[in-house]
Design a protein around this ligand. Structure first.
Ligand code: C2E
Ligand code: MG
Ligand code: MG
Length: 731
C-alpha cells in the first residue's frame, strides 16, 4: 500500500487480530474496511483535514447472468480482474469486497470523480459491455458524526437509487436521494393500500385525428395522489413497481378502471372513443395480462375495438418469443396493439421488422428537438409506416408548428399538451368540448383510418375530398375538402384562392360553372365496385386547364373519400399535353357557330370566334350589351322569333333562370340569318361563369337538330310563324 493514502488507523490495525483478507480477490474484508474507516473518521477532526472522506460503493449489474453464462470459475476470474482495476485506480486506498459483486473504497482524492469514471469504463470493458456497473458515493465532511457503517449504507443507497438508470452511472448521496429511497420503499409497501383507498387515479390524455381535428382516442395514464407524498407521477412509481414485481397490480387496476368508465359512459348514452393503456415488461412475468384484460372487457361488455394496448420496444427485446406470443393473442382477439415511444430505443426498426403493430407512437423527443434532421426522421417514419400498413401517432405535440408539420406529412394522429394534458376523464372531455373538438363517431373510424393510410408526401399536388352523394347532399354540401399538400396549396394559390376552404366554398356554390360537370363526373363512378376504379377529368378554372385524377379511397354511407391529383395543364411544360388540350379546344369550337362571352361588369361582349354577325376577329370587344343585343335581334334573328329572343336574352332575368334551371343553363331555339341569305334553326345555350369574381355568361350558338328534320322544322315554323307578314324563307 502507498503510505501517503493510507489512514493512520489502518497502519496500526494491520496487525490487529481481526485482520483478514478476501480469499478470492485479496482485497480486505468488509469487517476490516469498517474498522479502518471508523478510525479514519474519528481521527480527522484532530488533524483538521480539509477534504471529505468519501465512501465509494461499486455494484456490478448483470454479473449473475455472466456467472450463469460463463461458469463460476470465469465469474471468479472476473471479480479478481475488477479488484485489479480498482487497485490500479485507487492505489493505497482501503478497498473491500462486500459480498458477491459489491466493492467499497475509502478515498479523499480531489480527482475522485475522474477516477470513478475511469473505473466505470474499465470494468465495463472487462465484461465486454455485458456487465455494467453503478457507483454510489457518500462524502463525510469533518463535522459529520456519521459512523463508517452508516456511511457505507448511504453510499449503497445512492448507488441503488440509479440501479436502473441508463444515463447515470454515479450518484452522490444527498437528502433528496434519501427521500427518494424512502419514497420508493413506501411505494413498494403501499401499492395495495393505494389501489384500495383510491390514491391511484386514472388520467386520460386526448388523441386527435389530424385530418378531421376530432377527438379519436385517449391514453390512460396513472397518477398516485398520496396522503403523505402528495402528487406522484408515473416516473416516481412505475419503475419501483416494476422492480418489486407489482406493476401487474397497477395495470390490472387500470384495465378494470377503463372498462368501468367506458361502460358508465355508454350506459349514459354518451359517445366514447377507444382508450389505450400501457403494459410493462413485468406485467407478463407476474400474470396472464391478456386474460386480465379480456376478462374485464367481457364483464363490462366492451367492444374489443375500444381497447388498445401500448407496448414499448424494451418490453419486446427483453423476451422476444414470449412477448411475440402475447402480442398475437391480443391482436387475434381483436385488440389493437401499438408500439409506444418508437425511435427511443436502439432497435425500433428491428422490432418493426419482426412484429406487426397497428399503430406506432413516434417518441416525443423528435418533436422536442424539431430540427431539420428530426423533422426528416419523423416524415420518413410516417412514410415508412404507411408502406408497411401501420398507422401513425406523434407524441409530445405542443405547438401550432408541430400540428402544421404533422398535417403536411400525413401523420394520422396527434397527442400532446397542445390539445390537452392528462386529466380525469370528465375534465379531459370537457376540455375537448370547450375547444370545439368533435368526437369521432364509431362507425366512421374505419373511413378515417383508411384515409390516414394515404401517402401525402409527394411533389404532385394532391388534395383529399369528402364527396357526399345525392342522398347525403340533402343535408349538406357535396364536397368537403379535408386536406391539400404543399404542392396543392401552391396550386390553389396560383389560381387566386387564399386557402383550401376558399376552393371548397367555390366548388360548392351553385353558380360555379364546373359544379354541374363535376357532379355529372361523380355520377360516373361505380361506388358498388371494389376497388372503385379511378377516373380522370379536365376542368377549366379561372383560365387554367386542370387535369384531375380522382381515386376513391373508401366509402361510408353516402360519403366517398377521394384522393384527387391535380395537374395544371396550362402551366405544363410538357408540350404534348398542351397540344392535346389545344386540339380539344379547337375541335370544341368547330362544333359551334359562335361562342361569346358576355361581361356584365364591363358591359361588353366578346366573340371567341368569328361568325357571320361579328365579322371581327375573336377578342374584339362590343360595348353596350343592350344595344348589341337589339342590333343582333334586328339583323340576324327571324322576325317571328325576335320577341322570344329578346325575352330569352333579357339581362334582368337570365342569371336567375340559369340558376334555377336543372341543367344549369338555359336553351332557346331561334332562326338566324345565314350567309346564304336564308334562316336556319339554331340552338342558343347560355351558361353562367365566374372569373376572378366577375360574373360572365357563356353564350353558345350551334345548329339545331330541327334544321335536319323537315317534320320538326314544319312543326316549329307553324308554331312560331304567327305573323304571316313577317314570314321569311326558311330552309
Ligand atoms: P407514455 O406511455 O409514452 O405516455 C406519454 C407521456 O408523455 C405521459 O407521461 C404524458 O403525460 C407525457 N406527455 C404527453 N404529451 C406531452 C407533451 O406534449 N409534452 C411532454 N413533455 N410530455 C407529454 P406520464 O403520464 O408521466 O407517463 C410516463 C410514462 O409512464 C408513460 O409514457 C408510460 O410509459 C408510463 N405509464 C404511465 N401510466 C402507466 C400505467 O398505468 N402503467 C404502466 N405500465 N405504465 C404507465
Ligand atoms: Mg403510452
Ligand atoms: Mg409514449
Amino acid at each position: 500500500m502507498n503510505d501517503k493514502h493510507q489512514p493512520e488507523s489502518s497502519k496500526t490495525s494491520k496487525n490487529a487480530e481481526f485482520i483478514s483478507n478476501d480469499t478470492l480477490t485479496g482485497l480486505i474484508t468488509l469487517h476490516h474496511f469498517l474498522h479502518i474507516a471508523q478510525d479514519t473518521l474519528n481521527s480527522r477532526q484532530e488533524k483538521a483535514e480539509k477534504n471529505d472522506w468519501c465512501f465509494v460503493y461499486f455494484n456490478l449489474i448483470g454479473f449473475r447472468k455472466y456467472n450463469v453464462r460463463h461458469g463460476l470459475e470465469k465469474g471468479d476470474e472476473f471479480l479478481c480482474e475488477v479488484a485489479g482495476v480498482l487497485r490500479g485506480i485507487f492505489p493505497g486506498n482501503p478497498i473491500a469486497r462486500w459480498a458477491g459483486d459489491h466493492f467499497l473504497i475509502l478515498s479523499k482524492e480531489e480527482d475522485l470523480m475522474e477516477r470513478i469514471q475511469k473505473a466505470h469504463e474499465e470494468i465495463f470493458h472487462l465484461g465486454d459491455g455485458r456487465v455494467d456497473n453503478r457507483c454510489g458515493v457518500y462524502a463525510a465532511s469533518h463535522d459529520d458524526n456519521v459512523t463508517a457503517s452508516a456511511a457505507c449504507d448511504y453510499a449503497k443507497i445512492a448507488c441503488d437509487s440509479i440501479r436502473n438508470s441508463s444515463d447515470t452511472f454515479v450518484q452522490i448521496y444527498s437528502g433528496e436521494v434519501a427521500r427518494q429511497v424512502r419514497m420508493r420503499a413506501y411505494i413498494s409497501d403501499n401499492i395495495d393500500a393505494a389501489i384500495e383507498n383510491g390514491w391511484i387515479q386514472i388520467y386520460y390524455q386526448p388523441v386527435i385525428r389530424t385530418i378531421s381535428g376530432s377527438l379519436c382516442g385517449m391514453e390512460a395514464l396513472t397518477r398516485w395522489i398520496d396522503p403523505k407524498y402528495g402528487f406522484l407521477k408515473p416516473s416516481d412509481f412505475i419503475s419501483v413497481l416494476e422492480e418489486s414485481r407489482q406493476i401487474w397490480k397497477l395495470d390490472s387496476f387500470v384495465i378494470e378502471g377503463i372498462c368501468r368508465k367506458l361502460r358508465e359512459e355508454m350506459n349514459a348514452g354518451r359517445d366514447v372513443v377507444p382508450i389505450s393503456f400501457n403494459l410493462s415488461r413485468r406485467d407478463f412475468d407476474m400474470c396472464d395480462m391478456f386474460h386480465v384484460t379480456d376478462d374485464a372487457v367481457s364483464r363490462y361488455d366492451i367492444p374489443r375495438s375500444l381497447i388498445h394496448v401500448e407496448i414499448t420496444e424494451s418490453i419486446i427485446i427483453s423476451d422476444r418469443e414470449r412477448i411475440s406470443r402475447e402480442i398475437n393473442r391480443f391482436r387475434s382477439a381483436g385488440y389493437q396493439v401499438w408500439m409506444d415511444d418508437f425511435g427511443s430505443g436502439y432497435s425500433s426498426l428491428n422490432v418493426l421488422k419482426d412484429y406487426h403493430f397497428d399503430d406506432i407512437k413516434i417518441d416525443m423527443e423528435f418533436l422536442r428537438q424539431f430540427s431539420d434532421v428530426s423533422r426528416e426522421i419523423v416524415a420518413s417514419t410516417v412514410r415508412m409506416a404507411k408502406n408497411i400498413s401501420t398507422h401513425t401517432l406523434a407524441e409530445g405535440v405542443e405547438t401550432p408548428e408541430h400540428v402544421d408539420f404533422l398535417r403536411q406529412i400525413g401523420c394520422e394522429k396527434m397527442q400532446g399538451y397542445f390539445f390537452g394534458k392528462p386529466a380525469p376523464y370528465q375534465e379531459s372531455m370537457q376540455l375537448c368540448k370547450s375547444k370545439g373538438l368533435l368526437i369521432d363517431r364509431n362507425s366512421w373510424r374505419n373511413y378515417y383510418s383508411q384515409i390516414g393510410m394515404v401517402n401525402t408526401q409527394t411533389d404532385k399536388a394532391i388534395t383529399i375530398i369528402d364527396y357526399a352523394d345525392d342522398a347525403a347532399r340533402n343535408s349538406g354540401k357535396a364536397f368537403t375538402f379535408l386536406f391539400a399538400n404543399l404542392a396543392c396549396s401552391d396550386l390553389y394559390a396560383s389560381l387566386g384562392y387564399s386557402s383550401m376552404k376558399d376552393v371548397e366554398h367555390d366548388v360548392n356554390v351553385s353558380d360555379f360553372m364546373n359544379q354541374y360537370r363535376l357532379l355529372d363526373f361523380m355520377n360516373g363512378f361505380h361506388w358498388g365496385e371494389y376497388p372503385v376504379r379511378p377516373r380522370e377529368n379536365y376542368i377549366a378554372v379561372r383560365g387554367h386547364y386542370l387535369s384531375l385524377l380522382v381515386e376513391p379511397i373508401v366509402s361510408m354511407e353516402d360519403h366517398h373519400a377521394l384522393l384527387v391529383t391535380i395537374h395544371d395543364v396550362t402551366r405544363d411544360k410538357n408540350i404534348y399535353a398542351m397540344r392535346q388540350m389545344d386540339f380539344v379546344t379547337r375541335s370544341l369550337f368547330m362544333a359551334y357557330d359562335n361562342i361569346i362571352t358576355v361581361h356584365y361588369t364591363g358591359d361588353y361582349m366578346e366573340p371567341r370566334q368569328q361568325d357571320i354577325f361579328f365579322r371581327q376577329l375573336p377578342g374584339t370587344r362590343y360595348h353596350d350589351i343592350l344595344t348589341q343585343r337589339k342590333k343582333y335581334s334586328g339583323t340576324v334573328i327571324h322576325p317571328c322569333d325576335r320577341e322570344r329572343f329578346l325575352a330569352f336574352t333579357d339581362p334582368a332575368t337570365i342569371l336567375d333562370r340559369i340558376r334555377r334551371a336543372e341543367i344549369r343553363s338555359v336553351i332557346g331555339q331561334f332562326r338566324s340569318l345565314g350567309p346564304d341569305g336564308r334562316y336556319h334553326w339554331k340552338v342558343h345555350n347560355v351558361f353562367s361563369l365566374t372569373d376572378d369574381g366577375e360574373q360572365i355568361l357563356l353564350y353558345t350558338i350551334k345548329d339545331s337538330v330541327i334544321a335536319s328534320d323537315p317534320v320538326a322544322a314544319e312543326f316549329y315554323r307553324k308554331r312560331y310563324d304567327t305573323d304571316t307578314e313577317k314570314r321569311h324563307p326558311v330552309r
